[in-house]
Ligand binder design. Structure first.
Ligand code: UDP
Ligand code: MG
Length: 314
């Protein structure tokens, strides 16, 4: 079988501490794949600088000078991991692209297995974490609950799959047609269809630097997954509202009966006023928040602003 044009797509935000080692290991992996006749001589690595504030771009330029197989894409400002990744996926050349993190947490030994799955006919190969004991217990548990919740909401996501995956040219061209601005690639990719395969790998720890995904960014991504892919929360608040309205109606009817037939029992009650007031107030705010979540997305989607702007490309 002829060698394929492979391109590794790596979004980077303030990753100056890891880029040297990452490119060394990725190049070694490409060398090996080229020697074994799996990857051809055009195979390369594309680093996307997501508007880093440190020396990330300078390092990418140096790496490019040292080895022409290293390509770089510089976004005009920080747009977040998902947008940087999309910029890479839609711009990089190659028959197959493999997206992975800059910190080598995605074990690169899975790449040959992904290519083998592609050879067997898969257009999309998901890297799924078999073990993730290098992540904190908090991250593991919240992630597990989150994936369960998403599935309850009817969103087709692969549990324990982040953005480590192989995509064929066909799948990438299909991805281009998804014009949404609010990006949650993990939700979009399963919508593409095609034959998919899973490759398991062990999640390693970040070998240098610290996470560029603080809790707030993680939460934002999690909300994206819900609001951009499911309208079930809207149905839930409708059902909740209807149930409460019915209960209130029964309560009112009961109060009227008491008032008419047992007036001595109908004492002015503080609890029965205050408790439902707080409860309903809270519920209404929650419902407004959920509706606001959808409304804000309609707002951003209708503007159709560009999802990334490339400043430079080497
Ligand atoms: N990243 C990015 N833009 C951002 C934040 C992160 O391109 O605004 C990249 C980062 O450089 C890394 C990947 O996204 O390659 C995953 O980030 P990180 O490893 O910090 O996340 P964690 O593994 O802690 O979830
Ligand atoms: Mg990481």
């Amino acid at each position: 079988m002829s060698a394929l044009h492979l391109n590794l797509v790596v979004p980077c935000y303030n990753e100056e501490e890891v880029l040297g080692e990452t490119s060394r290991q990725l190049l070694a992996q490409i060398d090996r794949l080229q020697r074994e006749g799996i990857a051809d001589e055009r195979s390369s690595i594309t680093f996307i600088d997501d508007g880093s504030k440190d020396g990330t771009w300078r390092i990418i330029e140096n790496l490019h000078r040292g080895d022409s197989r290293i390509h770089g894409l510089k976004l005009s400002r920080n747009r977040g991991h998902q947008n940087a990744l999309l910029a890479g996926l839609l711009s990089a050349q190659g028959e197959v692209l493999v997206s992975l993190d800059a910190d080598l947490q995605d074990d690169i030994e899975a790449i040959p297995k992904m290519i083998a799955a592609y050879r067997n006919g898969a257009d999309i190969v998901y890297g799924v974490r078999a073990r993730r004991d290098t992540d904190t217990a908090f991250k593991r548990n919240t992630a597990r609950m989150y994936y369960a919740l998403l599935r309850k909401f009817g969103v087709d996501v692969i549990p324990d799959h982040a953005d480590y995956r192989l995509m064929s040219r066909r799948a990438l061209e299909a991805l281009r047609d998804f014009r949404e601005v609010n990006l949650f690639l993990r939700g979009i990719i399963p919508l593409l269809g095609f034959r998919t395969e899973i490759v398991y790998y062990d999640r390693l720890s970040r070998f240098a630097g610290e996470s560029k995904y603080p809790f707030v960014k993680m939460l934002a991504l999690a909300l994206e997954g819900v609001f951009s892919f499911s309208t079930v929360p809207l149905r839930w608040i409708t059902i909740m509202g209807a149930t409460l309205a019915f209960a209130s109606f029964c309560f009112g009817f009961w109060a009227l009966i008491i008032k008419l037939f047992e007036p001595q029992l109908a004492l002015p009650g503080w609890t029965s006023i205050v408790v439902p007031m707080f409860f309903l107030g809270g519920l209404q705010l929650l419902a407004l928040g959920v509706i606001g979540g959808y409304l804000s997305r309609v707002y951003t989607e209708t503007k159709q602003r560009p999802r990334f702007i490339i400043e430079k490309s080497i």
